[in-house]
Design a protein around this ligand. Structure first.
Ligand code: ADP
Length: 445
């Protein structure tokens, strides 16, 4: 993994207090979501389907058996704990496995089963008797390629004859040497090198081309062009599979270059809401007083876990240090950590090794930890102009329908300005934020 500290354009806190604007890059956010997720993200919306020829039959399956997979692949799927196809898989899988092959574009939010779908298709399409690459999967980064490879290794546990090669940084092919593995999973630069400069494999013999995380690919400098250059060398019968979490104009234009005559399946993201969330505010005199409130609340969190949001890294570190000194096990996630450190922190928190995660806005979006019952805004979210950032508030606190469980949100207020922000948020969502006496946190319902 990348050992060097990534430059995230975050201004130095010593010189700039607007540091709460720190964000993960799309590639990092996507990776962290994969790491922290435990299972499928439920989504109550309906699948939308677009196709060139509305008369051509459209299949959908409710079971994995109905796909007539190789028995050892089916075994691998059950081994992974999958019982039935996810919503997007119900429609995507019959298309991906159809004969003659059909091209597919699938868009759905992270966690809905896209990777599992194309990995299954990749494994099914391999002829293990032919010792050259037949399937090519492009991922935007080293880490995402490795993640996909791990899913493939897991799913093909009972198919040892299928071999996978990573085309990523650190993997070298001597000039003249050939890739004998059936599947290549890699990043565009390396794949382009191997496929064109070094002739390590024959791009025209690829039968299945997967483009994963197309939206993240676009966000990575130069990747889109490299993908297109790779794509030009494929044969015209090659099956194209294109996946993205979002589908804006740029992604659509990219898809049109890569995928002729596609079936397009889309699953809209479920909106977050504050419906099952009890919201409170606590009046505090100053930062120390906020700290006392946190420890009081912490004392009441019997089961489950808490995430605490701070405005700056400095406050996050201050709070973490104090809590640690008081003997609490806390995790800290801020933008100055390396990718591995972030993964390690989230892994430990997800496994319950720490009950409290202290973070800045880097974690506000899209990261779901199911067991988190309490979210504390040590500082309320502000936009760049210092006004209430309602959207970020919703991302921090809100849940989609997947959590039947209730959640609690606690806002710490230490100034009249903070009170005004809190009231703005209350009005914006038209949901009551109740007063809570922190001395007496038994009041929490
Ligand atoms: P995406 O690629 O859309 O982010 P993944 O394929 O990574 O989604 O799936 C998200 C999570 O759900 C993973 O933990 C995966 O193992 C799990 N998963 C995928 N498909 C199924 C299924 N049919 N049943 C149960 N779990 C599944």
């Amino acid at each position: 993994l990348n050992k060097k500290k990534d430059s995230d354009n975050t201004p130095n806190e010593e010189t700039n207090t607007e540091e709460s604007t720190e964000h993960f890059s799309p590639a990092e956010a996507s990776l962290l979501q994969k790491i922290i997720r435990k299972g499928l993200v439920e989504n109550k919306n309906n699948i939308e389907i677009q196709r060139q020829d509305p008369n051509s039959p459209l299949y959908s399956v409710k079971t994995f058996e109905a796909l007539h997979l190789k028995p050892n692949l089916l075994k691998g799927i059950y081994e992974m704990g999958f019982n039935a196809p996810s919503k997007i898989q119900e429609t995507a899988l019959p298309t991906l496995l159809a004969n003659p092959p059909q091209n597919l574009i699938a868009q759905s939010q992270s966690g809905t089963g896209k990777t599992a779908a194309f990995v299954l298709a990749m494994l099914s399409r391999v002829n293990p008797e032919l010792h050259y690459p037949q399937v090519l999967c492009l991922s935007p980064t080293y880490e995402l390629a490795i993640q996909t490879g791990e899913v493939a290794a897991h799913m093909s546990k009972f198919c040892p004859e299928i071999e996978i090669k990573f085309a990523v940084r650190g993997e070298e092919m001597p000039r003249g040497a050939k890739v004998n593995e059936h599947i290549i999973i890699g990043t565009p630069g390396k794949v382009l090198d191997w496929g064109t400069k070094y002739n390590s494999f024959d791009l025209s013999k690829i039968n299945v081309f997967v483009l994963d995380e197309a939206d993240v690919m676009i966000a990575q400098q130069g990747h889109q062009d490299q993908c297109i250059r790779i794509h030009k060398r494929l044969n015209e019968k090659c099956q194209m599979m294109f996946f993205s979490a979002t589908y804006d104009q740029e992604v659509i234009e990219f898809a049109e270059v890569i995928v002729p005559n596609p079936l397009i399946v889309r699953l809209k993201r479920e909106e977050e809401s504050l419906d099952n969330i009890e919201q409170y505010y606590v009046k505090c005199a100053n930062k120390q007083d906020k700290y006392n409130a946190v420890t009081n609340i912490y004392g009441t969190v019997g089961v489950g876990q808490a995430i605490i949001f701070c405005h700056t890294r400095r406050t996050a570190s201050w709070l973490a240090e104090k809590m640690t000194k008081d003997g609490h096990a806390v995790a800290v996630l801020t933008g100055d950590l390396t990718v591995e450190q972030r993964i390690a922190v989230l892994d430990r928190f997800r496994n319950g090794q720490e009950k409290v995660l202290i973070t800045t806005n880097v974690l506000s979006r899209g990261i779901d930890v199911e067991q988190v019952t309490i979210v504390v805004n040590f500082d309320l979210p502000l936009d760049v102009n210092g006004r209430a950032d309602c959207e970020t508030y919703l991302h921090r606190i809100g849940r989609t329908g997947r959590f039947g469980k209730r959640g609690i949100a606690i806002n710490l207020i230490d100034s009249p300005e903070a009170m005004t922000i809190c009231q703005t948020i209350e009005k914006h969502f038209n949901r009551k934020i109740k007063f809570l006496n922190a001395e007496d946190s038994d009041e929490i319902e």
